[in-house]
Design a protein around this ligand. Structure first.
Ligand SMILES: [Zn+2]
Length: 232
């Protein structure tokens, strides 16, 4: 870990501003389950992930939860709230697989976004991509089956982390998919029986990526294309 492990957002800042800005960031390593910001609260920090994966989740009053966004080393967390307005939301952001990141106090970055045009441009591009992904996931959560969505999620997680084995428990998976645990167990069991994934002690491994793509809903390709050419 060090300056070599990087984040696409930071890489897209123009020099010499990039080096100046980076000198204000602090490197952190955060285990799965860490809350990056809590619902209805002003975020304490903003994060630029360099490895690992975080999910944006909405919880209902009955405790049911669903994922409405996911992010890796392509952008900044949080994003929309950096542009102004109310900095709180009904969503929380949680680390899914161990994350390394650069962080900066959220109020400091929010001020900086007002001062720096290159920074604001990147935040707007990131916000646009995130909102497109959010709208696809909103439809996916309603229209597609748990097995298709699990396949979609695992492929995207693999793309974002570069790791073929993902440590996840069934509770987290159920929260991500907005499904009951029994539904997730059945979906994971079906993918395992078809030898698309293996599942042992919380480690999910992709065994056959090509066939897992066929098992996923079309949202995988849509979301995947939104992660391509991110600041183009
Ligand atoms: Zn879908």
């Amino acid at each position: 870990m060090g300056l070599s492990s990087d984040n696409l957002f930071l890489e897209n800042l123009p020099q010499p501003y990039r080096n100046l800005f980076r000198s204000r960031l602090e490197e952190v390593s955060l285990p799965a389950g860490t809350v990056l910001y809590e619902a209805e609260q002003v975020p304490r920090y903003a994060f630029f992930i360099t490895s690992g994966l975080a999910s944006k989740m909405v919880s209902m009053s009955d405790g049911h939860t669903a994922e409405i966004g996911l992010a890796g080393s392509e952008g900044v967390i949080p994003c929309y709230y950096l542009l102004g307005g109310d900095p709180t939301s009904p969503a929380r952001c949680i680390v899914q697989t161990e994350v390394t990141a650069w962080r900066i106090p959220f109020p400091e970055l929010r001020r900086e976004v007002q001062l720096s045009e290159p920074l604001r441009q990147l935040v707007m591009k990131c916000a646009q991509r995130r909102s497109m992904i959010l709208s696809q996931l909103a439809a996916c959560n309603r229209l597609h089956e748990a097995e298709q969505r699990l396949a979609r999620w695992l492929l995207t997680a693999h793309d974002l982390t570069g790791a073929s084995s993902i440590l996840l428990n069934q509770v987290l998976l159920a929260e991500v998919l907005g499904a009951r645990r029994t539904t997730v167990t059945l979906a994971a069991g079906a993918l395992r029986r078809r030898k698309l994934i293996s599942y042992r002690r919380g480690h999910i491994q992709i065994l056959d990526r090509a066939r897992l793509k066929e098992a996923a809903c079309e949202c995988y390709e849509t979301v995947s294309s939104l992660f391509q050419n991110y600041y183009g």
